[in-house]
Design a protein around this ligand. Sequence first.
Ligand code: NAD
Length: 464
Amino acid sequence: MTGTPVGPLLSSRVVSRNPSDPRDVVVDVASTGVWRTVEAADHARDAYRSWYAAGAAARSAALTAAAHSVEQAAAELADLAVREVGKPLTEARAEVSRTVSIPRCYAQLPYEATGSVHEPASGAGLLLTRRRPRGVAGLITPWNFPYALPVWKAAPALAAGNTVVLKPAPEATACALRLTELLQQALPKGVFTLVPGGAPEGNALASAVDAVSFTGSAATGNAVVRTATAHGIPVQAERGGLNAALVLPDADPARAAAHIATAIAGYAGQKCTATSRVIAVGAALGPLRDALADALRAIPAADPAQPTTLCGPLISEQARRKVLEAARDVPLLAGGKPVEGPGWYAGPTLAEQVPSGHPLLHEEIFGPLAVLLHATDLDQAVRMANAVPCGLVTSVHTGDLDATLHGLNSLDTGMIRLNAPSTGVDFPLPFDGTKSSSHGPREQGRSALDFYTSTHTYSLHRAT
Ligand code: NAD
């Protein structure tokens, strides 16, 4: 696939490769370049006034049409995600299906109330508040959800009346190009623009728009927050996790292990919501240790194009090396060996007895591996779960109501999932973490509007 939607200037190339077979170049296009990125933001600002003025019905209909356009190409999009980012086919189909549902859901938002009416402290006037779009929303996205993530940022932004410029991760450029073609078929000219590229384009976008929504790694997120803040631009940043699964003694070990194995190995652990620390409480340790090791050994790292595959390749050789190095020199219950073949594969891995201070306990490795830990009681398990700088999601495995309530009150993560894998997104609801996982207002749900709009206050008084 080739194409230069915005056009190069002093450009470098964006090249993405198939992680199952890196000899396969999926896309090779010119990067947008810094000045063309700024220009794209200016053009999007030109388009903003008429998009906002078009009214609620037009924006709602365009979002519905966008969903239809993506739906028509569902099979092709899923195959492309398998090829470009190594997403297992079944999961790629589920992501495309979510990418269709999200704009349909947000198509209702343009009709919602945008403010409130208040009585003045004195006199016969009227006080009003009203939320208005910010203008141009700059979206900077990672490679691991190449369709759903740009669209869950874009849909509320567009519904509120903003126009959008998307800077996707280089590794997912072909997916972004195709997604953009489909969305542009349904949206007026200039409302959705793509700027392929890397850090220079991301950095330029973060200083040229009216709001920046970023998802990616902690280090990049910090840089984007600094850039946007220096330019006085509102910014939200969703970053990584070091997510824990707590297993209580009453939990069925096989069922808990099946959920947790999915959360460790699914998509080779390349999700911000993947489980990387498993904390067995009290007597849960023995049965869980055996069940989880068995469950992970039964998940091979395999061809993502097969519908039965759960764990595909890592996104790059560097990512694979990081996984194998993190698992070196620690006792392993499963995995830890490279997988033969041209692709960047590493099998699901479970470590135990990891010394404190080891990177596995403090760094997001972003691969199919986790550490098994033991806590004597629930209080200790909660302290261990909370003892990391980020706080995205925790899964808790128990039928004990008291333990559940204790977890809901004391676990320091933005999301808690009971008797389910830590992975999984309920897109109509807010999605966010605590501590270093997130910065700024929550994504998704109605709270997304808090970010993509600003509140204006009107005081109306009699002319005579
Ligand atoms: P990344 O941080 O390397 O890149 C993210 C995006 O930022 C890319 O588009 C990249 O080109 C761009 N970028 C890089 N340097 C930049 C700069 N200086 N200024 C502006 N933009 C810049 O992340 P990745 O490897 O693509 O994705 C994996 C990471 O994303 C993981 O850490 C994962 O946890 C995180 N993630 C978080 C969530 C969430 O919702 N919390 C969801 C998915 C992924």
